[in-house]
Design a binder for this molecule. Structure first.
Ligand code: ZN
Ligand code: ZN
Length: 341
């Protein structure tokens, strides 16, 4: 708990690429259109590597990473309407759209041409306090604890939205590739949305957890040809790939049913290679999906409460963010690590 008489707060900042350290930062009032949040929890996402490792986009250092943030509004900036002090709110990857570019005017808020990213362009949630644009805020239902809600704000909304727009209908075969931070939520969403749910991961160790989360079938991609196994089941209407190793994605295209769709939501650094033959032969498509709007996040939180979907989290105190981040990068996290303040 932050001492509110204090003029500083603790944060884990990236001083320069590769260097995460705990610092005291000055507490400043929110600017116009912003709120200040007393952070309670922040999930650690693979995309945090963009800030911690650097090199992907232009980032001004020092920068505080973290974009699965839940906390309470502690101060309101000028002109903020619709939000009140002490409201429990969340902030995801998109830090607020501009409202005036062509995409915003078309209502495509996630495609805003002046979109800022939380923890990349603005300081994020690896901290006791954070400033956020009011139009990036998500209301958190009382039924969800902060640590439960945090991973739903990036990992959760990403797969929830991808599944909703995938075109899959109840009973269709939907494969979830990767059973990690995103995948373990995707398996639950897919099952509760009424799809025949197939989990695909390397090795046998994820089979038990994946089935416990609702997968009807499990394919060990290290032990068998995953595309062939999908075809034995009838071919996937949709594959949602959550992995960050693009080489593992390419062969799966052959496991799609005719007119099937591969949706890529895991963000690896390398390109995904797709055989034109595989695309053409079955008239399949490949697409990406980027998180969602604030109201879509609220929809995914409401669906999680309705259907009893929860992220499996391991909580770690803020001070141990460095070690926790390193474990996530080595794929040693038990699904999702959430920092608590
Ligand atoms: Zn994320
Ligand atoms: Zn815009």
């Amino acid at each position: 708990m932050t001492d509110m008489s204090a003029k500083t707060y603790r944060a884990i900042q990236v001083s320069r690429p590769g260097y995460l350290e705990m610092v005291d930062l000055p507490l400043v009032p929110p600017g116009p259109g912003q709120v200040r949040i007393r952070v309670e929890a922040c999930g650690i996402c693979h995309t945090d590597a963009m800030t911690v490792e650097g090199g992907v986009t232009d980032i001004v250092y020092p920068r505080v990473p973290g974009h699965e943030v839940v906390g309470c509004i502690d101060a309101l900036g000028e002109g903020v309407t619709g939000w009140a002090l002490d409201r429990r709110v969340g902030v995801g990857f998109l830090a607020g759209n501009c409202g005036s570019c062509a995409e915003c005017r078309r209502g495509h808020f996630t495609a805003c041409r002046d979109q800022r990213w939380t923890g990349v362009h603005h300081d994020g949630g690896y901290a006791e306090m954070m400033l956020a644009q009011a139009n990036a805020l998500v209301s958190i239902p009382d039924a969800l604890a902060a640590v439960e809600a945090a991973p739903l704000l990036c990992a959760g909304i990403t797969v929830f939205k991808a599944l909703k727009k995938s075109g899959a209908r109840p009973g269709d075969i939907v494969a979830i590739h990767g059973v990690g931070g995103l995948g373990h939520l995707a398996v639950q969403f897919a099952r509760k949305m009424g799809f025949r749910t197939v989990a695909i991961a390397r090795g046998r160790e994820k089979e038990g957890p994946a089935k416990a989360l609702g997968a009807h079938h499990y394919i060990n991609s290290a032990g068998e040809d995953a595309a062939a196994a999908l075809l034995v089941l009838g071919g996937a209407r949709v594959i949602v790939s959550t992995v960050t190793a693009p080489k593992a994605i390419s062969p799966l295209v052959a496991g799609l049913a005719p007119h099937g769709r591969l949706m890529v939501v895991g963000v690896g650094a390398e390109p995904v290679e797709i055989s034109p033959f595989a695309l053409v032969q079955n008239d399949v498509s490949v697409s990406g999906s980027l998180t969602g709007t604030t109201i879509e996040s609220e929809d995914s939180l409401a669906f999680s409460v309705l259907q009893d979907i929860r992220a499996l989290v391991e909580t770690v105190p803020l001070a141990e963010a460095r070690q926790a981040y390193d474990r996530m990068m080595r794929n040693q996290a038990q699904f999702r690590i959430v920092l608590t303040m």
